[in-house]
Design a protein around this ligand. Structure first.
Ligand code: MRU
Length: 358
């Protein structure tokens, strides 16, 4: 694929949503290399599962739903290789690749959800498994975009019309199959003329806000303003930000939410200053097997990510760093959890269980 962005066509009366981070084409998975944005739009072509796992680990593709979709396509590639080498014994031969995919990143449960959904098909397949698995991966991808559109409507309905919102990390088309979770709600608000100002945190250390959200909003001509992470409490205290809107990597059974590091302090600042706090996440991010946030594995990444910016050292040489890339926001600080299945206000175990049963 050329080094341009994969853009979907947007009709004049539709909400702006032109970016795609993953495309299945010519029998391979193509990923927009998010490590290079916004300086360059480079596409990588992946045709085996270990390469997909590496791309997830190295953050070529990131964002919980996008990681799940990439893993689903990784299973298609793994099945192709297993069928070629082991034919009818492909189910045994595929195991090492499934393990590699499962271990690519620990926090986003969408990865495990997507692998489980793909594996659920295995017993039904007697012949070459690739066509049926590719159809399932495509369905996972399409359903994610539909879920995001639905969450956009539900979240925007709850918010109504506000002077300003604040978001964290990147939760848009780059982090999902398309449209986005928290950024999908913001897209919808913007499309309705229901928000005047969108603020995005820069999101140290990987700068998903500065590099990705700012770029994505710009591509879709949605005006916004970047703030330093350390400016968030001051901004919220000024009163225009009525809602802080974020995504999730995993929602525990009691409503606790793991999301990008810095989310928890935003929730505290919002509660302190009377702003409301919304988490937007598809049901594929809910993990009822995790009783609470304390059970969610939190990824620690290389301290170098914190000690350097764009490859340049910024900290005193030889200094140590702690680099957890997610934190847990307790359910008690969350005003609304928006999923495609509905909205749960003041989420707790009983309300979340009721939503999923319905
Ligand atoms: O480390 P990342 O960039 O994968 O982290 C992404 C986030 O924390 C997002 O907020 C989350 O995955 C929701 S994306 C729709």
């Amino acid at each position: 694929m050329s080094s341009s962005t994969a853009k979907t066509t947007t009709a004049a009366n539709e909400l702006p949503d032109t970016i795609r981070a993953l495309v299945w084409r010519d029998d391979a998975l193509h990923l927009l290399d998010q490590r290079q944005l916004p300086q360059s739009c480079d596409w990588l072509k992946l045709d085996d599962a270990p390469a997909v796992a590496r791309a997830i680990h190295d953050m070529v593709v990131r964002g919980a739903p996008a990681i799940g979709i990439a893993a689903a396509y990784g299973v298609v590639l793994a099945a192709r290789a297993a069928w070629l080498t082991a034919n009818k014994d492909w189910r045994e031969a595929i195991e090492p690749d499934l393990q590699i995919l499962a271990g690519a990143r620990p926090t986003a449960v969408n990865l495990h959800w997507a692998l489980a959904r793909m594996q659920a098909l295995f017993t039904e397949l007697d012949d070459d498994p690739e066509p049926a698995l590719l159809a399932e991966a495509n369905r996972i991808h399409a359903e994610d975009v539909a879920a995001n559109r639905r969450m956009g409507e539900l979240g925007a309905d709850l918010i109504g019309s506000v002077p300003a919102v604040l978001t964290h990390c990147n939760t848009g088309s780059l982090a999902t199959g398309g449209f986005g979770t928290a950024l999908g709600v913001i897209r919808t608000l913007y499309g309705r003329g229901a928000v005047k100002q969108v603020y995005a945190t820069e999101t140290r250390p990987w700068l998903q806000g500065a590099r990705l959200t700012a770029w994505e909003l710009q591509q879709d001509a949605i005006p916004g303003q970047l703030i330093a992470d350390s400016a968030a409490a001051a901004l919220i205290s000024h009163g225009d930000v009525k809602w802080v809107i974020v995504g999730a990597d995993r929602v525990a059974a009691n409503g606790d939410v793991a999301n990008k590091i810095g989310t928890y302090q935003l929730a505290i600042a919002a509660r302190y200053h009377g702003a409301r706090f919304m988490v937007v996440a598809p049901t594929s991010s809910v993990d009822m097997a995790c009783a609470s946030g304390a059970d969610i594995p939190i990824e620690d990444r290389n301290p170098e990510e914190l000690l350097k910016v764009a490859g340049q050292a910024v900290a005193a040489g030889g200094f140590a760093a702690w680099n957890p890339v997610f934190d847990v926001t307790p359910a008690s600080l969350i005003d609304a959890l928006v999923t495609e299945a509905g909205v749960v206000e003041q989420p707790d175990q009983a309300r979340l269980a009721r939503l999923l049963q319905a």
